[in-house]
Design a protein around this ligand. Structure first.
Ligand code: NAP
Length: 292
């Protein structure tokens, strides 16, 4: 079994991005600028956004964090999005999800200028990705592809089973691995909460991607000997052993599943750090005008 060290790869990619930023500034160009909008005080969202801002600092990007209280109106938020669309200094921006229930996430996403949508959530970016045009690819699937690429994991002709069909992870992941590309050329099965006899399908997976958000759901009797297992899940589970009072748990029961795998990602330190560097990469592409 080989551990896929997402944190290590993410650190390497950050160095590569920092080198590119240095080259840009040496050419007299401005630093890439990522802005993030955070609404409310959800613990998970606070942590993710703090990590994103810190990662920007590490690679030499400019970053701006815009905070609103939970009770901001949908119109006020849309106004801010339009302001960022028009702000020439901002290359790309994200609106951290989830949003409070009185705000339509789809409306917010559709209001973001696709050329600044570095999360890759806008329907135009998703659509362009589906037909193979240059686009910002959603950060988590992009990070997983990069891990597969850097570990030289063979994908062509493999059966890939994706558990989860969210618009930000499961769906784009299924499409990307089924594309006529490398990595890609997989035969893909996408599963969800209405899938019957899930274990009989996951057992067929050469590559199993667990993105359902249910801690330690995937057990050893659901995994084929020699499979590649990518664990996207990051559930906060109460713990008396940490200062924060919680631990991050993946969707895979690591201790019992890992001995059966050819490759597996840990949680934390697997997919999570790659998601952040993919966002940085998209911001760099935006600053260089390489997608639009
Ligand atoms: P999500 O919106 O929470 O949706 C979960 C998906 O899993 C849904 O499609 C759901 O099916 C399916 N599902 C739930 N229970 C299931 C079950 N028992 N059997 C089969 N399918 C089941 O998904 P998400 O936003 O992609 O998040 C998934 C997990 O990944 C969460 O733990 C999240 O925190 C984590 N995540 C991590 C990163 C990272 O950077 N590491 C990034 C994004 C998300 P239905 O569609 O039928 O409801």
């Amino acid at each position: 079994m080989q551990l896929i060290q997402g944190k290590l790869i993410a650190d390497q990619i950050k160095e590569e991005i920092a080198d590119e930023v240095k080259k840009l500034t040496e050419q007299g160009k401005k630093r890439p600028h990522l802005a993030a909008i955070l609404v409310g005080h959800d613990g998970g969202s606070e942590t993710y956004v703090a990590h994103k801002v810190k990662a920007c600092e590490q690679v030499g990007f400019e970053s701006t964090l815009i905070r609103f209280e939970e009770n901001i109106s949908e119109n006020e938020l849309l106004e801010k999005v339009r302001e960022l669309n028009a702000d020439k200094d901002v290359d790309g921006f994200i609106v951290q999800l989830p949003l409070p229930s009185h705000i339509s996430e789809n409306k917010v996403i559709e209001t973001i200028d696709p050329s600044k949508d570095v999360d890759g959530f806008h329907p135009i970016n998703l659509g362009r990705m589906v037909i193979g045009l240059p686009s910002y690819v959603s950060a988590t699937p992009a990070g997983i592809l990069e891990l597969i690429r850097r570990y030289n994991i063979e994908t062509a002709g493999k059966h890939c089973v994706v558990v989860g069909r969210s618009n930000i992870v499961g769906k784009p992941m299924s499409i990307l691995l089924g594309q006529k590309t490398n990595p890609g050329n997989c035969t893909v099965t996408m599963c969800h909460s209405r899938t019957k006899d899930l274990a009989s399908i996951t057992l067929q997976a050469d590559i199993l991607i667990a993105a359902l958000g249910s801690p330690e759901f995937v057990t050893q009797n659901m995994v084929k000997e020699g499979a590649v297992v990518i664990d996207v899940g990051t559930s906060r589970v109460a713990s008396t052993e940490t200062k924060s009072g919680f631990r991050l748990k993946g969707d895979v029961k690591f201790d019992e599943v890992s001995p059966k795998c050819s490759y597996i990602t840990p949680v934390p330190g697997g997919v999570g750090p790659m998601t952040i560097v993919s966002l940085l990469k998209n911001t760099l592409l935006a600053a260089k005008g390489e997608v639009y």
